[in-house]
Design a protein. Structure first.
Length: 443
């Protein structure tokens, strides 16, 4: 499959790049706040317009001045990597403030590249833009379009200009068969694992908690299937979450979870414990949203005998949950067991999609109830028929005598029967009970 044409949005900080990206993107969303430096990692999506498709990339704000801040340098390096692969560059400026020295520096740098550049003057719905409109011709770009990314003004003209400048070719990329999300607290190695699995430095990695601020997505091929990997911001306890940016980061991670198939719940082996927040994340994904799950214990190289023992005790204490999911210990730093992660993901995906035999399920449930009846206030609970009605997650509907008698513990009883009979490690099970009048209760 040939590579899609690439359009990259660049500019100094806080000119509206992420707002434009969100306007053009149908699925991926950048965090937008009214201060500089919110976007760090490059954000990607595929945009289709008038039957043609291109890859759109949002970059962090570029500053060509040297900085001692390693994060700023990494943001600049990521932006430069994106610019190198661009077929068309959208250079954004803020029309309300006119040209700043940083804009001039970026313009000179872009001219040296010899690539197609569309100068986009944002916030054109403001009256202040007219005062600065004449200035932008001095930047020396022939294609100039005024827009309002926030209100959608000039977007169709911009898209038409992009298509005119893009090279022909590139087919619509396949939708991923399934998606995998890294979830966990800050600084457990989610970005490092993302980079290791795709074998490139896609996510910015730093020891500073909160480096990843948005869901970073990348598609790869594994066993002739296209899958999507998603790196997300670290999620902390609610009382530890800071201001508006971190609140949006956490919201971004949890929102991404809802549309993901498999969760890699990551913890730090060197900490020697399973903290309450990690368990809450696990329960939230596995039991509340029925997502397949793998527990990934990272930083094995930093684990001491003391931390290993403490972690083993913690996992045994929570074995009622841990026993339902596969556990793999890795080190992103040394590479230990990283090569086993994708095959394990593939195995869990196949379990998540398996179709069980209705005949076998019926025989299992009914024969078990005959040997070990379930009672409710002296009344016997009966299952007349069981049928699997969905996969991913595996969903089993029970036709019963009285749905209200089948509470969480009774539904868990049938789930456990399935787990003993079938290989469902890493796979949640949803049980639906229906009665004679088609009354329904879900577990």
């Amino acid at each position: 499959m040939s590579k899609l044409p690439c359009v990259v949005i660049v500019g100094r900080m806080n000119v509206g790049k992420s707002t434009l990206f969100n306007r053009l993107s149908d699925t991926v969303k950048s965090i937008t706040l009214d201060y500089a430096g919110v976007t760090r990692d490059v954000m990607k999506d595929h945009v289709t317009w008038q039957g043609r498709q291109f890859e759109l990339i949002d970059t962090g704000g570029i500053s060509l001045r040297a900085s001692e801040d390693p994060l700023i340098e990494q943001v600049r390096a990521k932006a430069n990597q994106a610019i190198e692969q661009a077929d068309v560059i959208i250079f954004m400026c803020d029309g309300t403030v006119g040209i700043l020295q940083e804009d001039r520096d970026i313009a000179r740098s872009l001219h040296r590249l010899g690539k197609v550049v569309i100068l986009v003057i944002n916030k054109s719905d403001s009256h202040e833009v007219q005062q600065h409109a004449y200035e932008f011709a001095a930047l020396g770009f022939k294609d100039t379009i005024s827009i309002s990314a926030e209100h959608g003004r000039g977007i169709s003209e911009l898209l038409a200009q992009i298509l005119e400048e893009l090279p022909l070719g590139g087919r619509v990329q396949e939708k991923p068969r399934y998606s995998i999300m890294m979830l966990g607290r800050p600084n457990v190695g989610k970005s490092s694992l993302m980079n290791a699995l795709i074998q490139q430095e896609r996510s910015i990695v730093s020891d500073i908690p909160g480096t990843t601020r948005e869901a970073v997505r990348e598609q790869i091929a594994f066993h002739q299937e296209h899958i999507e990997l998603i790196d997300t911001p670290g999620v902390r306890r609610k009382r530890s979450v800071g201001g508006g940016l971190e609140t949006m980061m956490v919201k971004s991670a949890l929102q991404t979870l809802k549309s993901t198939d498999i969760i890699l719940l990551m913890i730090d082996a060197s900490q020697g414990a399973l903290v309450d927040q990690e368990l809450k994340l696990g329960f939230y994904a596995f039991q509340d949203h029925y997502k397949a799950m793998i527990l990934v214990i990272n930083k094995e190289d930093l684990a001491t005998e003391e931390s290993k023992t403490a972690l083993a005790i913690a996992m045994d204490y929570y074995k009622h949950f841990i026993a339902k999911i596969p556990v793999i210990t890795i080190s992103c730093k040394t590479g230990k067991n990283v090569g086993k992660v994708l095959p394990l993901i593939k195995t869990v995906w196949e379990r998540y999609n398996q179709q069980l035999s209705d005949e076998e399920i019926n025989r299992l449930f009914i024969s078990t109830l005959q040997r070990k009846p379930l009672m409710h206030k002296g009344f016997k609970l009966n299952v007349h028929r069981a049928k699997q009605v969905a996969t991913a997650p595996i969903t089993v509907a029970l036709d019963v005598n009285e749905p209200t008698w089948f509470e969480d513990s009774q539904c868990a009883f049938f789930e456990n029967l399935l787990r003993k009979e079938y290989d469902l490690v890493g796979v949640p099970v949803k049980v639906i009970v229906k009665g004679p009048q088609n009354r329904e209760k879900k577990s």
